[in-house]
Design a protein around this ligand. Structure first.
Ligand code: ABF
Length: 222
């Protein structure tokens, strides 16, 4: 199977996973990226079975609306039953690197409001140690150089993602050459740098389930 076919398989598996959770008043959290887009297209086939969604990006919100699926402002929602999203890397503890699509802050907020986080990815994303994928850090624009200097002190090589402005009006630094042996500690350290909005480590709150598309079929890792 190609990588796209593996992504399609996990998108379908994610819908099958959440179907038993859906009731008339259920709100589904929806992530961002190419795998999440396939999930949205599959979810649309069942849009009469739940109330609506909260999206982690303007792009996903638009795709949901194009399918006729309601998208709610998070501030008007009490509870998100389940959040489904992709990742750039996952280790075996389901600590993730996310943010390759620059939507990390809204993704982390929606995860924080969700009872369950289902990560969907093809097998290329599963790694022993996080860090081959450069770690995205969203920064307040005026703090970019300050944050970059602090990230160097933590052992990384930050690179400004030129031309990218997040949905929140901020900038992204991609941090190369980190061997992330203690993801929870590094997530906390980076969050403590003044000017950082969010970093792409999802370790303090990891995924609850990883649906991984492999050549042997979709594996469920908890
Ligand atoms: C989002 O989309 C991100 O956090 C991650 O950067 C990316 C994964 O994209 P894809 O599914 O296209 O590989 O979930």
């Amino acid at each position: 199977m190609t990588q796209d076919e593996l992504k399609q398989a996990v998108a379908e598996a994610a819908v099958n996973y959440i179907l038993p959770l859906l009731e008339d008043d259920t709100i589904v959290g929806v992530g961002t990226g190419s795998t999440a887009n396939l999930f949205i297209d599959e979810l649309a086939k069942h849009k009469s079975k739940f109330d609506g969604t909260v999206a982690s990006s303007d792009a996903s919100a638009q795709r949901l609306k194009d399918h006729g699926i309601p998208v709610y402002d998070l501030n008007g929602v009490d509870q998100i039953r389940v959040y489904v999203d992709g990742a750039d890397e996952s280790n075996h503890h389901l600590h993730l690197i996310k943010g390759g699509g620059a939507a990390l802050t809204r993704e982390k907020i929606v995860v924080a409001c969700s009872d369950e986080f289902v990560c969907i990815a093809d097998e290329s994303k599963l790694v022993k140690v996080l860090g081959d994928f450069p770690l995205p850090v969203e920064v307040i624009p005026m703090a970019r150089s300050h944050v970059a200097r602090q990230l160097v002190k933590l052992g990384g090589d930050p690179v400004y993602r030129e031309g990218v402005v997040t949905d929140n009006g901020n900038h992204i630094l991609d941090v190369y050459n980190l061997e992330i042996l203690d993801p929870i500690k590094l997530e906390t350290q980076i969050n403590a740098i003044v000017g950082v909005v969010t970093n792409g480590l999802f370790a303090a709150r990891p995924a609850d389930v990883l649906l991984l598309g492999t050549q042997e079929g979709v594996k469920t890792i908890k």
